[in-house]
Design a binder for this molecule. Structure first.
Ligand code: GAL
Length: 702
């Protein structure tokens, strides 16, 4: 059987398909450090995404001049220009890109080049129609958009290898090329074609070794889904009623992430070999869930991501971008990162995505990126396209190249960041609190949310926003990261666990840490199989509670009484807690389980564990809860930050750099713990910092 399978797989798809590593597979080790541009005595990248191929060459010199005036030292180019670089199979033309680089370099502007694989040429689809991805219903996508290739297709991988090799050979010694962005926003669409099925079966074989092990892990006894040959294993294509085995579906999500990583590694391996002096990154997507970025980033030199607040005037959106920044930072173990696409104008495709943001907001958003750890900002895009799908997605300039208000705001921001760069260099975000984000739990909860209104991201925000409202920095940790340096860890909906993770959290608590766990934790093992222990399963000991009953789908009919005197609306779910050693902090207020515990606190070893059996729509519930937990774990909160203002801190060698960001249309007063110096003016600010509408102040300890 095994021989037959190997013959089939190798014969049909070639060796590449068998290479997709299972979770703990081979990684290309991370290379050199972030080779940033020296700028004004420090290191910071500042620029825009530029598409010289779409403009007459006579425009390039004017563009470079305007960029230089705006303080740019950087552009990203080339990520959709495959057909321009390889107009016919095996015939390459990089002369136009050389000319563009020459013009830009003469103005002190260097480049990261995108490998263009997100948008393969029409001739490639015509010659190899199967390079297009297939959806779960078995329909192949057709040429005419972008990002619809199938990364398991050997012809596509071969074409990728050729173009990346040719680019690397051509630009490897170019002094104006800083490095590489692989592809563009990898991750989807998932491909369900025969090549992908074969690759998945090979991945399963690598992971489980024997079909007995796989059948036992997935519980294939259910509905008689037991497999007797690797070739029988299906893909989770029953998306209509979501009836695929959730264990298989979770492994497929892991496989897809691994496949994406393997495809990126096809490119990193070429670049590292041919162009070892140039750095490698990718433009990631913040909270996007199809790829385990923590895993992927082991192959990249530094993290870059695409930051789109989407023109929001609603100031609460700053939490959304903040968490995404922190997750991106956490995905490379808290190394600083860069923004490869920072919103530089109003987003939109067929329609504009909202109202035009006040020009000052573009500056606030750029500073927010820096405050959360960005050492580089590249705006999307230099100028709005005249052509194609993104005619309504604004760049800094519009099609007429008029120096509009966005251009002047971007220029001002560039000049200020140039001034701040020596101070910023080497500074980092240091957080007392970590939020554990588990890709496995997130995928498993997408497969089976349990209740319709369950949203993993919302649970993250319930807690994250409360800490940020109080000016507390939060790191995002991915299992099984080291948690020893944190005082407090929040691990919302830790639905899928494994012994390593449980041991890590238990040790963290026993050594004196404070842990917040929430409903639906400890429900599943690593194979997405429900535990046969009383919930919260592996956390029963440290939480000091048992859950014998729960009430899903409660929406807002339930009430949380406490902590303290207040009561709050509950939603989504009620775990009815049965404490063994835990103290009760809040109870339910309504219905047949009125008076039963909803929130508990338990001493375990030298530490403390909070268990929150429900969710609330009220931010005050979370403010209350985290203030209890913060007090017990010696995390200082600032309760006086006005709504719509963010206070974020970077630190180096005992020096604090404090960013006060006003997302609102009104002037604000922000009381701080001491008087700080304004890093741009050198003047000492009042203890109560005055900050204008859409204003930014960067303060520092003298
Ligand atoms: C990003 C993408 C860019 C551009 C932008 C605006 O996600 O990387 O190429 O499409 O969105 O739509």
């Amino acid at each position: 059987m095994k021989r037959l399978w190997m013959k089939l797989a190798c014969g049909l798809m070639g060796a590449y398909l068998l290479m997709v590593p299972a979770a703990q597979g081979q990684q290309v080790p991370s290379g050199k450090s972030f080779d940033l541009i020296e700028w004004n005595g420090g290191k910071f990248i500042y620029g825009a995404d530029y598409y010289p191929e779409a403009w007459d060459e006579s425009q390039w010199e004017k563009d470079a001049t305007l960029m230089q005036e705006a303080g740019f030292n950087f552009v990203r180019m080339g990520e959709f220009a495959w057909v321009k670089m390889e107009p016919q199979e095996g015939h390459y033309d990089f002369a136009w890109l050389d000319r563009a680089l020459k013009v830009l370099n003469a103005h002190g502007i260097r480049a990261v080049l995108g490998t263009p694989t997100a948008s393969p040429p029409a001739w490639l689809y015509a010659k190899y129609p199967d390079i297009a991805a297939m959806d779960a219903q078995g329909v192949r996508y057709r040429y005419g958009s972008r990002r619809n290739y199938c990364l398991h297709n050997p012809d596509f991988v071969a074409a990728t290898t050729r173009i990346v090799t040719a680019m690397a050979e051509h630009f490897k010694d170019h002094p104006g090329v800083l490095g590489w962005q692989i592809d563009n926003e990898v991750g989807g669409p998932k491909c369900y074609d025969p090549a992908s099925q074969t690759a998945f079966q090979a991945w399963c074989q690598r992971k489980y070794q024997t079909l007995e092990a796989l059948n036992a892990a997935w519980g294939t006894v259910f509905w008689g889904h037991t497999y007797h040959a690797w070739g029988e294993i299906p893909l989770p294509w029953n998306t209509l009623y979501n009836t695929s085995n959730p264990s298989l579906a979770l492994d497929f999500d892991r496989f897809w992430s691994d496949s994406t990583h393997a495809y990126v590694d096809v490119q990193t391996a070429i670049l590292r070999k041919i162009a070892p002096r140039q750095a490698i990154t990718h433009n990631e997507m913040g909270m996007y869930s199809e790829v385990d970025y923590h895993d992927l980033n082991r192959s990249l030199d530094f993290v870059a991501w695409d930051n789109y607040p989407m023109g929001h005037e609603d100031y609460s959106q700053y939490f959304r971008q903040g968490l995404a920044h922190d997750l991106m930072r956490g995905s490379k173990d808290n190394q600083n990162f860069m923004i490869m696409e920072q919103e530089g104008g109003l987003p939109g495709w067929a329609t504009f995505g909202g109202r035009q943001a006040a020009p000052g907001l573009y500056r606030v958003w750029a500073y927010q990126s820096v405050a959360h750890g960005a050492d580089g900002i590249c705006y999307f895009r230099w100028r709005t396209s005249r052509y194609g799908t993104e005619q309504y997605w604004e760049g800094i300039l519009d099609q007429d190249s008029y120096r509009n208000s966005r251009y002047f705001v971007v220029s001002q921001t560039g000049k200020e960041l140039g001034q701040l760069t020596p101070m910023l260099e080497g500074s980092k975000v240091v957080s007392p609190v970590a939020m554990l984000v588990s890709p496995d739990s997130r995928w498993a909860l997408q497969i089976q949310p349990g209740v319709e209104d369950f949203q993993y991201e919302r649970q993250l925000h319930d807690y994250y926003d409360a800490f940020r409202r109080a000016g507390v920095s939060v790191d995002v940790a991915f299992p099984p990261s080291d948690l020893a340096n944190y005082r407090l860890v929040v691990a919302p909906a830790l639905y899928v666990t494994d012994p390593t993770l449980v041991n890590k959290l238990t040790a963290f608590v026993k050594n004196g840490g404070t842990l917040i766990l929430t409903f639906r934790s400890g429900v599943k093992d690593e194979h997405n199989v429900v535990t046969d222990k009383t919930l919260p399963g592996p956390f029963a000991d440290i939480t000091g509670v048992a859950i014998h009953e729960f009430d899903p789908q409660i929406n807002e009919e339930q009430e949380i009484v406490g902590p303290g005197e207040s009561s709050f609306p509950a939603r989504t779910w009620s775990d009815i807690l049965d404490p063994s050693t835990a103290n009760v902090l809040a109870t339910y207020g309504k219905g047949y389980y009125s008076g039963k515990p909803a929130v508990t606190e338990n001493h375990a070893g030298k530490g403390l564990v909070y268990y929150v059996g429900t969710e609330s729509k009220s931010p005050f519930f979370y403010d209350r809860l985290i203030s209890l937990a913060a007090q017990k774990s010696r995390v200082a909160l600032n309760a006086k930050i006005p709504p719509g203002v963010e206070v974020a801190v970077r630190q180096k060698a005992g020096k604090k750099i404090i960013f006060v960001l006003n997302y609102t249309s009104t002037d604000q007063t922000v009381p701080l713990d001491q008087a700080y110096q304004n890093a741009l003016t050198g003047k000492t600010e009042a203890l109560e910092v005055q900050i204008p509408a859409y204003g930014v102040k960067v303060l520092t300890t003298p």
